[in-house]
Design a protein around this ligand. Structure first.
Ligand SMILES: Nc1ncnc2c1ncn2[C@@H]1O[C@H](COP(=O)(O)OP(=O)(O)OP(=O)(O)O)[C@@H](O)[C@H]1O
Ligand SMILES: [Mg+2]
Length: 237
């Protein structure tokens, strides 16, 4: 069956991000990660699915360094940037241009800043929008601006926590296509880990894994994970 094979690691490939038996409990005693091990071997669009409360968002906080593991080890050679469902939670400035300026690395000269902003806006298909007040943007445009901010910041690991949950199907597709493009380009490819509950998104990924009870399964093809989840949903009636 096409697309039903596990995603193979190339022999000898070292991983960009890896977790080794990571445990984490919240102060109230809830165990969110339970000896969680997994790794991302190469740039690409990697998707994570799992039921509510299975530990996905906690995992992102651990990878980004906002939380520390109780035990186990996280190794990451990439610079992470988090993106959430609602772009209003991360766009801070009044205009697109000023928000992007805030994301830029401080070392850049004025000319480099202008070039970087122009380049990231083009990458997310918002070329002519720099001077617009943020409140005039649609939800899909705001999410693309948040993505431009992450790209402007030199991040090469995007942690996307249900980034399309609030978008309509057309905007959802645009965001997916942009991500697919930046993750598969030959120069400076991005690694993206994308949490989703929308099964149709799985067909765009390079590999998908299922998270349950604080643990992550192996990378499989998106189509295989989609079929397994549909089967499970059917059984539950
Ligand atoms: N700040 C917190 N304090 C206490 N417990 C928390 C906190 N945040 C999350 N948890 C708990 O940790 C567990 C994992 O939550 P998490 O948010 O990581 O799940 P999730 O897979 O992202 O779920 P969802 O699909 O609903 O977003 C849940 O039992 C949740 O209630
Ligand atoms: Mg979550």
């Amino acid at each position: 069956m096409e697309g039903s094979h596990p995603v193979d690691l190339i022999k000898g490939e070292s991983s960009l991000l890896s977790l080794d038996k990571v445990c984490f409990s919240w102060v109230n005693g809830t165990k969110a990660l339970d000896k969680c091990s997994f790794s991302i071997p190469r740039p690409g669009l990697w998707m994570l699915v799992g039921s509510n409360g299975s530990g996905k968002s906690t995992l992102f906080r651990l990878i980004s360094g906002m939380l520390q593991p109780e035990s186990g080890h996280i190794s990451c050679s990439l610079k992470p940037s988090l993106m959430f469902q609602n772009p209003d939670h991360q766009l801070l400035m009044p205009s697109c241009y000023s928000d992007l300026l805030l994301s830029l690395p401080r070392k850049l000269s004025l000319r480099e800043r202008l070039e970087r902003i122009k380049s990231v806006l083009e990458q997310v298909d918002l070329g002519d929008i720099g001077s617009r007040p943020i409140h005039t943007l649609s939800g899909g445009q705001k999410q693309r601006l948040a993505l431009a901010g992450a790209l402007a910041s030199d991040a090469d690991l995007l942690l996307l926590d249900e980034p399309t949950a609030l978008l309509d199907p057309a905007s959802q597709k645009v965001v997916l296509q942009i991500l697919k493009k930046v993750c598969s380009r030959t120069s400076y490819p991005i690694t993206a880990l994308w949490i989703t509950h929308r099964l149709e998104e799985l067909e765009f990924c390079d590999g998908a894994a299922m998270m349950e009870c604080g643990q992550i399964g192996p990378w499989l093809s998106g189509n295989l994970v989609m079929q397994r989840l549909k089967l499970l949903a059917g059984r539950r009636g």
